[in-house]
Design a binder for this molecule. Structure first.
Ligand code: GLU
Length: 464
C-alpha cells in the first residue's frame, strides 16, 4: 500500500465508523438493515475518498434512508371464518434511475428491518442490470405454509386493496420473492385490475397467459449459474466437471441446480428448513422435477432417499460440510455463517455464488474472501431475476411478447455485463490481497458498480 493510499484508507475507515454509528442510532434493532448497509459502506467510503462531489452531496446517507415506507394492516378471514390480522409493508428505497422495483415476500420472518435491507440491496442490484429500475421491496409476516388456495386468495386481495394506491407501472412495480410465486402474483394482479380497471404491467412474474415474460421463472437460478460460469472463466476454469452444494429447494435453488447439471456439473445437495438431501450421484433435471412436485404438493424432501437410492437425508442440518468445488446458497439471509465458511475453506471450495439475498453473514463473507474463496454477492449473482422482470416491463409497455430465445440471450448477456462491471471495480483490491493471494473482490465490484450508477443520477438531481 502506498503512503497516499494508506492515508485514504485510514480516513475512509473513520468515516465508515462515524456513518455507521449514526445509522445504528437512527435504526435501532434493525440488524439485517445495518448489516447490509455496513457491507456496502465499507467499499463505498473507500471509493468516494478522493471524490468530494459524492461526499459533499451525502449520497451514501441518502441511499441508506428509504424514500418512504408504507406500513398497513391486512385483515383477512381464514377457512373457519376467523378474522386474522397481519402487517403489510412496501419500502420504496430509491427511484433515481427508474420506478421502484423489487419483490414481495410473504414469510413469518418478515419485518421492517428485513424489508429495508432487501430494498437497499435491490437498489444496487437493479442498477447493476443496466436497466432503468429503482429499488424497492415489500411483503408481509403472513405465513403462507399450510394455507388453502382460498385463504391465499383472500389474503392477496386484502393486501392489494391497500397496496394498489402506492404502485403503478411508472411508480413502483412489485414482483415475487419468498412465499410469492405465480399463484400469488395472479391473485394480486387480478385484484389490482379489478380496483383500477386498468391493464398494465404493474407487477412482474405474471403468468404467460396474461403478460408474463418467457424465461422469468427460470431467470434467477439460471442467472446465478451464468454469473458463476463467468467467475470461473475469469480464473481460466470451466464449470464442466465441478461439484456443487446448493441450499434451498425453491424457485432459485431448483433452477440453479437444473442449469448447473445441464452445463456438466454435479449437484450434491438441496435443502429446506428441515434438513438437506445429499445425493453423491448428482441431482439431475429429472430428480429436480421430483423435488419441485414434492414441494408444490406440500410434501417433504425427507422422502427423497426412498425415490433415489444411494442418497441420504440429513435431518435438521445444513449442507455446508459436504465437500465440493462450489457452494450456491439459494435459501435465505444469513444461512451461511462462520462455521459453514470454515468448513467450505477446509474443503478448499473455489467459489461461493449467492442465489439468495445476503445469505452469507458478515464474518463468513470476510473469512471466505480472506482465504482466497471467490464470493459472488447476491446483488450481482442473483440479478437475473429482476433483469428479466425489467424486460417483462419493456414487453408490457410495448404490448409485445418476445421469443424465448431472445430472452435467454438477453439474460446471458446481462449476466456477463454485470460480471464485467464487478471485475472493473473489484480487481486487485480484495481482502486476500493482504495475504498475497489477490483475487477479484466481487463484493466490492458489485457495491461500487451499483453505487456509481445510482449516485451519478442523484448528483444530477441536486438536493432532493
Ligand atoms: N425478488 C427478486 C429479487 O430479489 C426479484 C425482484 C423482481 O423481479 O422485481 O431480486
Amino acid at each position: 500500500m502506498t503512503q497516499e493510499n494508506a492515508h485514504v484508507s485510514d480516513s475512509s475507515t473513520s468515516d465508515v465508523h462515524a456513518f455507521m454509528e449514526g445509522l445504528r442510532k437512527r435504526n435501532p434493532h434493525q440488524d439485517e438493515f445495518i448489516q447490509a448497509v455496513e457491507e456496502v459502506a465499507e467499499n463505498v467510503f473507500d471509493f468516494v475518498a478522493n471524490k468530494p462531489e459524492y461526499q459533499d452531496a451525502e449520497i451514501m446517507r441518502r441511499i441508506a434512508e428509504p424514500d418512504r415506507i408504507v406500513s398497513f394492516r391486512v385483515c383477512w378471514q381464514d377457512d373457519e371464518g376467523r378474522v386474522r390480522v397481519e402487517r403489510g409493508w412496501r419500502v420504496q428505497n430509491n427511484n433515481a434511475i427508474g420506478p421502484y422495483k423489487g419483490g414481495l415476500r410473504f414469510h413469518e420472518s418478515v419485518n421492517e428491518s428485513v424489508l429495508k435491507f432487501l430494498a437497499f440491496e435491490q437498489t444496487f442490484k437493479n442498477a447493476l442490470t443496466g436497466l432503468p429500475m429503482g429499488g424497492g421491496k415489500g411483503g408481509s409476516n403472513f405465513n403462507p405454509k399450510g394455507k388453502s388456495d382460498a385463504e391465499i386468495m383472500r389474503f392477496c386481495q386484502s393486501f392489494m386493496t391497500e397496496l394498489y394506491r402506492h404502485i403503478g407501472p411508472d411508480v413502483d412495480v412489485p414482483a415475487g420473492d419468498i412465499g410469492v410465486g405465480a399463484r400469488e402474483i395472479g391473485f394480486l394482479f387480478g385484484q389490482y385490475k379489478r380496483i383500477r380497471n386498468e391493464w398494465h404491467g404493474v407487477l412482474t412474474g405474471k403468468g404467460l397467459e396474461y403478460g408474463g415474460s418467457p424465461v422469468r421463472t427460470e431467470s434467477t437460478g439460471y442467472g446465478v449459474v451464468y454469473f458463476l460460469r463467468e467467475m470461473l472463466r475469469e480464473e481460466d476454469r470451466e464449470l464442466d466437471g465441478m461439484s456443487a452444494v446448493i441450499s434451498g429447494a425453491g424457485n432459485v435453488a431448483t433452477h440453479a441446480a437444473e442449469k448447473f447439471a445441464e452445463l456438466g456439473g454435479k449437484v450434491l445437495t438441496l435443502s429446506d428448513s428441515k434438513g438437506f438431501i445429499h445425493d453423491p450421484d448428482g441431482i439431475d433435471a429429472k430428480k429436480v422435477a421430483w423435488i419441485r412436485q414434492q414441494k408444490s404438493s406440500g410434501g417433504s424432501l425427507s422422502d427423497y432417499p426412498e425415490q433415489f437410492s444411494g442418497s441420504e437425508w440429513h435431518e435438521g442440518k445444513k449442507p455446508w460440510s459436504v465437500g465440493c468445488d462450489i457452494a450456491l446458497p439459494c435459501a435465505t439471509q444469513n444461512e451461511l455463517d462462520i462455521d459453514a465458511a470454515k468448513s467450505l475453506i477446509d474443503n478448499e471450495v473455489l467459489a461461493v455464488c449467492e442465489g439468495a439475498n445476503m445469505p452469507t453473514t458478515a464474518d463468513a463473507s470476510h473469512a471466505l474472501r480472506s482465504n482466497g474463496v471467490l464470493l459472488g454477492p447476491g446483488k450481482a449473482a442473483n440479478a437475473g431475476g429482476v433483469a428479466v422482470s425489467g424486460l417483462e416491463m419493456s414487453q408490457n409497455a410495448g404490448r409485445r411478447t418476445w421469443s424465448e430465445d431472445r430472452l435467454q440471450e438477453e439474460l446471458c448477456s446481462i449476466m456477463k455485463d454485470i460480471h464485467r462491471t464487478c471485475v472493473e471495480h473489484g480487481e486487485g483490491t480484495g481482502p486476500a490481497c493482504e495475504e498475497g493471494e489477490c483475487k477479484i473482490d466481487y463484493v466490492k465490484g458489485a457495491n461500487v458498480g451499483g453505487f456509481k450508477k445510482v449516485a451519478d443520477a442523484m448528483l444530477a438531481f441536486g438536493v432532493v
